[in-house]
Design a protein around this ligand. Sequence first.
Ligand code: NOJ
Length: 568
Amino acid sequence: MSLQRMLKLLYALVLCVSANEDFDWTKNERGSFYYGTFPTGFSWGAGGSAYQTEGAWDKDGKGMSIWDVFAHKKGKIFLNDTADHSCEGYYKFKDDITLMKDMKFNHYRFSISWPRIFPNGIKADHINEKGIKYYDDLINMLLDNNITPIVTLYHWDLPQVLQEKYGGWQNASMVNYFNDFANLCFERFGDRVKYWITFNNPWSSAVEGYETGEHAPGLKLKGTGAYKAAHHIIKAHAKVWHTYDTQWRSKQKGLVGISLLADWGEPVDITNQRDIEAAERYVQFYMGWFATPIFNGDYPQVMKDYIGRKSAQQGLGTSRLPVFSSQEKSYIKGTCDFLGIGHFTTRYITQKNYPSGRGNSYFTDRDLVELVDPRWPDPGSEWLYSVPWGFRRLLNFVKTQYGNPMIYVTENGVSEKVQRCTDLCDEWRMQYFKDYINEMLKALKDGVNVKGYTAWSLLDKFEWDEGFSERFGLFYVDFLNKNKPRYPKASVQYYKRIISSNGFPNQREVESWRRKATETCSSSNQLLAADPLTSHMEMVTEIVVPTVCTLCILLAAVFLMFLLRGRF
Ligand code: NOJ
């Protein structure tokens, strides 16, 4: 080997080693609460998404999305709820911005409904100017109030036409259709929007949409559907990033990222190598599935190995995990200006073999089981245990795996169970925010490059297959009242203090926050208790009054007829 070649090899080796440090699985510090503040300029906000909050599902020329159709089918959603009206955010966004302004948000994260812009999914068909106007107004008003819009292009609401004609994300043609949609958004909104998120939580779109069928479009293509959908989503993401990079970046100077949902997986026993490997597989099959191609150019090696081996054992000629060509790999690698992280919870993981056979699925491909510690607080959704230290672990994992990228936390929060729904004094949410945000602060101290935090969510809203039964909002929404009034929960006051202090200044002050926040929520509780009266008043004005009037008119007419008969 020539000296030059040897030097080249050595250089490549050094690059490899320095790009990805190793994550230390055996070091889990669960230290005490850390008092300190975030760097100046750290961005605070909250979020929501189009289908979950807008309502106006068939108004002003909007087309149908896969979620409109899915939710209208009986038996798909808890209590057969739909988001037809939801928070009526389409009409109430001005009120919502007032709430955000009062909380001194730096940013607000929302998504654009693709079928509100292209009712049939396709640019050549029709552009709905009324839909564009809605987002124009929303963006302008946010900016007028000094709130930076962080805009998601795809939060699961694919135009139904594209599902029916092509099979949605099972079909490669989605890549170009999505690119057309994104390109139009850059053209129309990009002079004002500087933070773009291509996909929100593509894991859910792929697994719950095409593997388990719990989400729209409700397909159950076990062992193949999710991998295929994800493959096209990753390509679509890369294409949109390149479109921005080549056509818009120099003019608009914005950033394009993706938002990945990532639960943390902790080895049951950190001294057991098999548990460590199983935990890493859990994280790789979850976040790594999307992040590794985008940062490093291909699927995680462990996914290729496991799915490839199991496919061969099934007697298949090729892996159920699709393959990127070498051109595709280099096209996809590096297509992320910032990484959005959605994080809610953690699982303990241990190794378990699932012999390959007819029942192969995304879940059995991983060869592991998920466990929870019964002592973990479980205040809301069944799957959501509060495990703050998992957040710091996850953020450090991202730092080591993907070369310390710029991170925005795009979702983090907790829901409440249905029976506690009218309690605005949400102690458990304050605790959750306090502890999770504190772990994020520790991660920053560890050197993780987090630039902003988005509480999930601003409002109670439609929670996908759980309907309205799980409330994630800082603000309670009374869905039974046609006006959908919003009431602040105690966590509004609490989060407001974190924002105004830019963290946790000192013990004495932070300890007073909870008391102060709870004081305000009891008066809000009274307001809410009075709300049935408002709904009742509405019923009186909308049903009782018109009915009584009509009866009066009828009676008057009959009376008049009698009078007239008597005369002639
Ligand atoms: C992640 C989804 O992106 C979001 O829409 C949802 O509200 C949260 N998970 C909570 O389930």
